[in-house]
Design a protein around this ligand. Sequence first.
Ligand code: DX5
Ligand code: ZN
Length: 212
Amino acid sequence: MIIAPSLLAANFLCLEKQCEELLKHQLTWLHYDVMDGYFVPNHSFGADILKQLKQKFPFFYDVHLMVSQPKIFIEFYKTIADVITIHIEACSHPQEAIELLKKIRSYGIKAGLSIKPKTSVEMIESCLPFCDLVLVMSVEPGFGGQSFMMDSLDKVKQLKELKIKHDFDYMIQIDGGINQETAKLADAAGVENCVIGSALFKDFPSQLGVYR
Ligand code: DX5
Ligand code: ZN
């Protein structure tokens, strides 16, 4: 199981130290939530912060685009992200998502596609051959610290079955309300990558060893 710490929950007053601690604990992914205030009712960071982080820390930068114009934002992150995940709900049609996933891959980086809690797996079925990562949101996107939605696990199981059946390559990631308990449930359902925000950064760094 890969753990992707979510920068949104970090303490920005001691960010450098926290990044060092993550790497010291072999937590090499960094989940970077980009929010535009339209797709979700919140606003987070722009690309300049990621550029600065990248100069200093060798993370695998996992950019989660919660934006209504993914096409524009992909361009901001194409040279600094290792994986860019877009939302199907921000696309007018699954074919548009496929075009964007292909575009992301054309930049030599991994392409991810995410579904919000009310979106079914069927909605993205035609896109799955073009995904390196599929992100199941287990809370409504926009804010950290929310409670895990159990029915997201059914979607994980469905995605795992499809992956096996069609021999797809994507990694199944889950994001929202992950803690020690829900991480175990996610693991049992077939999740390969857990984004963890508040549960990891509260009482920092005592929780780091738990998820290693
Ligand atoms: C929420 C973000 C998450 C968030 C998770 O919209 O996509 O990545 O940081 O935070 P927790 O783990 O606190 O739910
Ligand atoms: Zn996220």
